[in-house]
Design a protein around this ligand. Sequence first.
Ligand code: ATP
Ligand code: MG
Length: 393
Amino acid sequence: MFTAFLIKYAEIGVKGKNRYLFEDALVHQIKYALKKCEGNFLIHKSQGRIYVDAQGEFDFDETVGQLKLVFGISGICPVVSVEDEGFEKLRERIIQYMADVYPDKNKTFKVHSRRARKNYPMESMEINAALGEAILQAYPEMSVDVHEPDILLNVEIREKIHIYSEVIPGPGGMPVGTGGKAMLLLSGGIDSPVAGYMIAKRGVKLDAVYFHAPPYTSERAKQKVVDLARIVSRYTGPIYLHVISFTDIQLYIHEKCPHEELTIIMRRYMMRIAEHIARETGCLGLITGESIGQVASQTMNSLMATNEVCELPVYRPLIGFDKQEIVELAGKIGTFETSILPYEDCCTIFVAKHPVTKPNVKIIRRHEQNLDEKIEELVRTALDTDELIIVEG
Ligand code: ATP
Ligand code: MG
């Protein structure tokens, strides 16, 4: 019955010359999302709106499911699109539409028509009145409420006539690609995929980096991170995932630095390396899944010590979230089940029994000097052996 979708998007902040950038990015992301669906779709902008027209057969649920992944969409309206064959015919179609979409007629409604084509022989007010009357005649249980109708029946007279009333909520946010790009530090945990999702939702494209420590972390642990990136990429489009071999750096830090400072120093090297790749790939910031107080390396003091080594802004969208809130979000976006698979993480392997919770930055810096030039060499090797995996949902 439905042959098209009208895509609604929030217009806040997309006035003037930014508007077409926003719309083009949205069209691009919709095309990407619908590539995975059966059927052909024509996606086009028309008079300040975006339409998805199905060309022939398509699977309604699958298509809506994919559209729900596209940031920037605030609502998805399934549209019945009919040829203009005169008002009498339109009246019949409207009555049919109400029968098909609302089996329960105990509802209030309002007709809202618009003439994008001004040569249509009736004015909007007339159309509203005539169609309202037709509906009341056909379904006496229904009544009109112009202020808060249960059903707002939209009738748009264009080349064809579009009829729609249902709005399926979209994910909101901004289309990916309108906000630049950032580098996500992606581990196999629960938090970092959610952090990536949240920043991407604001229109930011994601690259990712994973610190792998073979043989302490297995191929399966790495595969888990690839799988998580794939789930996130359903929302974002392809993610360039950099896999960095971190083993030698970790072992060297382990050899030269006090064990209770190991995690912090390791985290500082992760940030330095991530920042290096970020700069080379045009990323404008780093993203982590940190949240204040969650673990020893995420106290305010520890965050200060880790943050100190980067110049790029570090985005930590989960900073004020409780674990339970993060878990709920992970469930909603579909990463939770993969995140809780029990493979080892490089941070947990070298972790001390009593890590510092209030690292002193000056002392950390002094202990890092134990690492001398050799660490530079190890970092360079890690960067040179960066394995790039392009992940697509
Ligand atoms: P997560 O659930 O995201 O793994 P976590 O609670 O285990 O987080 P930490 O291990 O302290 O916390 O890591 C904090 C953040 O550092 C992570 O959210 C992630 O952004 C980054 N990170 C940690 N380990 C790695 C890794 N092996 N590769 C890439 N990033 C990492
Ligand atoms: Mg972790």
